[in-house]
Design a protein around this ligand. Structure first.
Ligand code: ADP
Ligand code: MG
Length: 311
């Protein structure tokens, strides 16, 4: 008899075939048993049996700090940014549910990218994830795949030592080992993790392809929002983009040239759904007002791309 079995048998009376065993023990027999247990050596239950094999990390996001950075906080308060992201997410969610005009593979895997650094990918990815997490019956996995300049953890104000890179290089790790749960219901984060000299190559690896497949198929009811490196900076970004069903191309208003957007678009699979967020658009509320507008590449021909890729 192993230790676990012995521990179980020394507990409450077990149902046996003998009907007498079903009767409650008398107080005498309880005292005798307690004395016997007291004399026997303590039962040690191996932790590997009791504790779950994997534990998820969990962080408490400071929602007021997040709000003060101009990011969206999923609560009952109304705000302009929530309204804007309602428009941005609506077509993405329709496509993810297979109700859009185009059917793609992995429609729930949404990659946020841009042509150049600093256009607002991380800002957009965080807002999109927070906005979708506010939807009823939606769960979101926010992945920091910009392993060149990881910044999701910093933007949301937590520290993460392990993440995507570790998962891709260490066969012993499982997805659940590196996921970070948050106090925003329905929002889980996969941080970028360790720095690695081959981190960009890892994005184009077979392991990355398998991971994308796994998160998209295994969690088909979940939306995966993936922050990523700029398309024109590293060739691996376009390989990564090929794994996503939908692309959100962030374009910085007034700074990114149309030719750069076209160059970036040319690196994408023509069958992918591509939406545009024109970010940091200055509006009527003053010079510091940052807003968004959202456009879609509806067709796949060069002409439509030219028409839709606003500068
Ligand atoms: N719409 C916006 N309103 C206010 N700040 C923004 C907006 N978009 C981006 N930023 C800020 O601009 C900087 C660059 O954005 P970031 O998302 O980090 O760019 P990327 O990830 O493309 O390199 C960050 O400090 C971010 O907070
Ligand atoms: Mg970024």
């Amino acid at each position: 008899m192993d230790m676990i079995e012995r521990a179980m048998r020394s507990g409450a009376p077990q149902l046996r075939e003998d009907p007498a065993a079903l009767s409650l023990p008398t107080s005498d027999s309880l005292i005798e048993r307690a004395a016997a247990i007291a004399k026997s050596p303590p039962v040690v239950i191996p932790t590997s049996v009791v504790a779950p094999k994997r534990t998820q990390r969990s962080v408490l996001l400071d929602l007021e700090r997040i709000r003060s950075q101009g990011l969206l906080v999923p609560d009952a308060r109304r705000s302009r940014i929530k309204e804007e992201y309602r428009h941005i997410k609506r077509p993405l969610l329709m496509n993810a549910a297979g109700k859009g005009a185009t059917i793609v593979e992995h429609p729930n895997l949404i990659m946020v990218t841009s042509s150049r650094p600093g256009e607002g990918k991380t800002f957009t990815a965080c807002n999109l994830a927070l906005s979708i997490a506010a939807e009823r019956d939606r769960t979101v996995l926010l992945v920091d795949a910009d392993v060149i300049k990881p910044s999701i953890a910093r933007m949301l104000g937590f520290e993460a030592d392990q993440g995507l890179v570790d998962l891709l290089i260490d066969e012993q790790l499982e997805l659940a080992d590196v996921l970070v749960d948050t106090n925003v219901p329905s929002l889980t984060i996969l941080p970028a993790g360790s720095t690695h000299h081959l981190s960009t190559e890892l994005l184009a690896s077979d392991n990355m392809r398998k991971l994308a497949e796994e998160v998209s198929r295994r969690y088909a009811d979940r939306i995966i929002v993936m922050d990523s490196p700029p398309l024109l900076v590293t060739t691996e970004a376009s390989v990564l983009a090929s794994l996503a069903g939908q692309i959100v191309m962030v374009v910085e208003a007034g700074r990114t040239h149309q030719s750069q957007v076209q160059e970036a678009l040319a690196l994408l699979n023509p069958n992918q759904i591509v939406g545009f967020v024109l970010n940091k658009k200055r509006g009527i509320l003053g010079a510091d007002y940052y807003g968004y507008s959202y456009g879609y590449r509806y067709g796949y021909g060069r002409d439509e791309r030219d028409r839709d890729a606003e500068e």
